[in-house]
Design a protein around this ligand. Sequence first.
Ligand code: TMP
Length: 261
Amino acid sequence: MADGPDKLQVVADFDRTLSKYTHRGQICATCHNVLEEGGILPDFYKEKALKLREKYFSIETDPEMTIEQKTPYMIEWWTKAHELLNTCHITKEAVQKMVASSTAKLRDGCDWLFDECHRASIPLLIFSAGVGDVIEEIIHQQSTLYDNMHIVSNYMDFDKEGKMVGFKNDIIHIFNKNENVIHQSDYFENLKDRVNIILIGDSLGDLHMADGAEHMENKLKIGFLNTKVDESLELYKRKFDIVIVQDESLDLINAVIRKVV
Ligand code: TMP
């Protein structure tokens, strides 16, 4: 708080962190769900995407396996999911329509957070293993994507006719969100004077999203615990500085930022 906005940067996960887990009690879509439930892609897409999740999600969350053991499976999941999406010849227009009709929702208070970070020139990094085009579209439709906001995610590549022809960058999966991807860029290096970081996430993997910020002095880790509260609360309380349980808003984060700006 004493250092003020000039020393601050914010790093946030997207799905179920900036976006809601539930809206008035109903579960909301993640950016992958937007594509599966959009009603535009061929039926086989949803079927195969769900089969992939069935197989690999249990590996992602297997408490018996180490990250090293899980990583090859995650690479396999993202590779297969991207190949599958690539067979659908999705267009930018289809992404806009699917987002518009989806249940994906930014948390209450996102507008304030985005407006205020922009007004106070606080950089906001959105780090997601989801699909960047969908994230951008959700923000465009429901709020404002400002130039102080930077999204690191999987971005689709489109041909001249606007049809998808692949993905632009190397896969960003759940366990490489932290190191490789951002280390290859000078993002944190350029922000080395911003030694105070507010880190927001909903999974324990998100705790590493700002590992590339080597000059950091203070990191306030705020975690959303959306599900399995009884089983995970103690662990989340040990790992995060603040744990927000089953809330649909960014009120607490905004209250912290209000004290800084
Ligand atoms: P993140 O929201 O923390 O960045 O993680 C992305 C989540 O997306 C992770 O739990 C796995 C999930 N996922 C899908 O639901 N469908 C997919 O096709 C892929 C590749 C990942």
